[in-house]
Ligand binder design. Structure first.
Ligand code: MSP
Length: 484
């Protein structure tokens, strides 16, 4: 089975921070999960490099846009290394394969009769790269708080207004299209309130994909950017990766960019006669120590700083644990230490350490003999009961994208297993029952969680080392950042 999952492509006007790291980690976890299930996975991430905002940022930095985007795009590749992201491809919208795809989709939409030339007069926010109606403005600003400017220029338009009913019908038939459901309701009400045609080209700057046949115009950055999900599959060619992986299984996005993925993107795809993605998953936003992340507060922590301080798996763990499904999450340093110490050090780490040291001390460092088919009731309660329940709960949560719940299922099993040890007191049994691991790399998939692949008695084990050391208190990073 094929599984195609995408992160949004990141704007290059900013350095990577934990918001970006989170979206990538969440996708990474789902991609690895599907690979462990034996599925053929394509996991795409990349950078969104066009638009007026990038052109302005480059000018401010005093460099050519291409040099500017090359440098920042590289920092997003490095983010993948820092966070151990297992992406299969990294798409950049300045690559030829992407421009070809973006122009091809434009062409198809134009041939359908969905694009016309007119002129745009209205409000635009460069920060959001979005057009806003007068009625949407709040005290003269975009609803996101971004500055808007009045724009008047010739523009191509997409007949979005003709897609309202088709979108509503599509939502009706695909009730799982947007998760969580509360966000789907927001999308539906927006569409029901009526869609206006969408301006999809600009003439007042150059940094973009030229409109086919009218090179004074560059494509609106969102039409350009959304097409990345197809360009990485070789579109407009419809064989190869396109045939295997389209439609996408999951587009993971932050709640701020749901409208683009759940309304514009399906409408563009309908216009281009292409199949709809199966799911758009909208996650919440991070605050840092209770505050919005912002440049002026200097609290947008670099992911590498966190990884140095707490450890990679620890940061990944906290990110998934502290962002409940569909809600916002707060990045608080003392919480990272608390959560890591409670779930990893004291629970899973302790379970590993006490089990493995027991084997070293009492079983000559080898997996002792045991007979899984003649287990005592207490052993069966753990092996047949708690382990199976945890696996079922874990799979259900992962399939639904409830990452926090999946972790909870694992931690509960750790608690059950620690409880079993407390109760059985194997240190007093010494020479009888027990089980580290020495499980070979290629036997670590879900298919190997069976009696046939259980730990083999007599297997020699290495000297145990703590897997999740406790995190000690230190000076907070955010203050250090602010002071610097
Ligand atoms: N370039 C567009 C996406 C185009 S996809 C066809 C974009 N880029 S972004 O860099 O601004 O944001 C990328 C992702 O990071 C979004 O999913 C956004 O929600 C996420 N985050 C940015 N800041 C965030 C937080 N503070 N918290 C959580 N996620 C946040 O939008």
């Amino acid at each position: 089975m094929a599984f195609y999952i995408t992160t949004p492509i990141y704007y290059v006007n900013d350095k990577p921070h934990i918001g970006h790291a989170y979206t990538s980690v969440a996708c990474d976890v789902l991609a690895r999960y599907r690979r462990l299930k034996g599925e053929q996975v394509k996991f795409l991430t990349g950078t969104d490099e066009h638009g007026q905002k990038v052109e302005k940022s480059a000018a401010k930095a005093g460099v050519q846009p291409q040099a500017f985007v090359d440098e920042v795009s590289q920092s997003f590749r490095e983010l993948c290394d820092t966070m151990n992201i297992s992406n299969d491809d990294f798409i950049r919208t300045t690559e030829d394969r992407h421009k070809t795809a973006a122009q091809a989709i434009w062409q198809t939409m134009a041939e359908k009769g969905d694009i016309y030339l007119s002129s745009y007069a209205g409000w635009y926010s460069v920060r959001d790269e979005a057009f806003y109606a007068e009625s949407e403005l709040v005290e003269g600003k975009a609803p996101t708080g971004a500055e808007v400017e009045w724009l008047e220029e010739p523009s191509y338009f997409f007949k979005l207004s003709e897609y309202g009913d088709k979108l509503l019908e599509f939502y009706e038939k695909n009730p799982e299209f947007v998760k969580p459901a509360s966000r789907f309701n927001e999308v539906k009400s927006f569409v029901k309130s009526g869609l206006r045609d969408l301006s999809i080209s600009r003439t007042s700057f150059n940094w973009g994909v030229p409109v086919p046949g009218d090179e004074k115009h560059v494509m609106y950055v969102w039409l350009d950017a959304l097409t990345n999900y197809l360009s990485a599959l070789g579109y407009p060619k419809q064989d190869g990766d396109y045939a295997t992986f389209w439609p996408a299984d999951v587009h993971m996005v932050g709640k701020d960019i749901l409208r683009f993925h759940a309304i514009y993107w399906p409408a563009f795809l309908m216009s281009a006669n292409l199949p709809m993605p199966k799911r758009v998953f909208a996650h919440g936003w991070w605050t840092v120590e209770g505050e919005k992340m912002s440049k002026s507060l200097g609290n947008a922590i670099a992911p590498a700083t966190l990884v140095d301080r707490f450890g990679l798996d620890q940061v990944r763990y906290y990110m998934l644990k502290a962002m409940p499904f569909g809600n916002d999450g707060d990045f608080a340093e003392n919480r990272v230490a608390e959560v890591v110490n409670a779930d990893l050090a004291n629970n899973i780490g302790n379970l590993a350490q006490r089990t493995l040291s027991m084997i070293q001390k009492n079983c000559d460092g080898q997996v002792p003999k045991y007979d899984i088919h003649h287990a005592k009731p207490e052993d069966a309660a753990l092996l047949d009961g708690a382990v199976k329940e945890a696996l079922t709960a874990y799979h259900e949560a992962m399939d639904a994208g409830h990452l926090q719940q999946a972790l909870n299922a694992i931690v509960k099993l750790g608690t059950d297993a620690n409880g079993y040890i407390d109760q059985q007191q194997p240190w007093s049994l010494k020479k009888t029952d027990l089980g580290q691991l020495a499980v070979s790399e290629n036997e670590r998939t879900f298919n190997h969680l069976s009696a046939e692949y259980a730990l083999k008695p007599g297997t020699a084990l290495l000297k145990p080392e703590g897997v999740f050391p406790r995190i000690q208190a230190e000076a907070p990073i955010t203050e250090a950042v602010n002071a610097g």
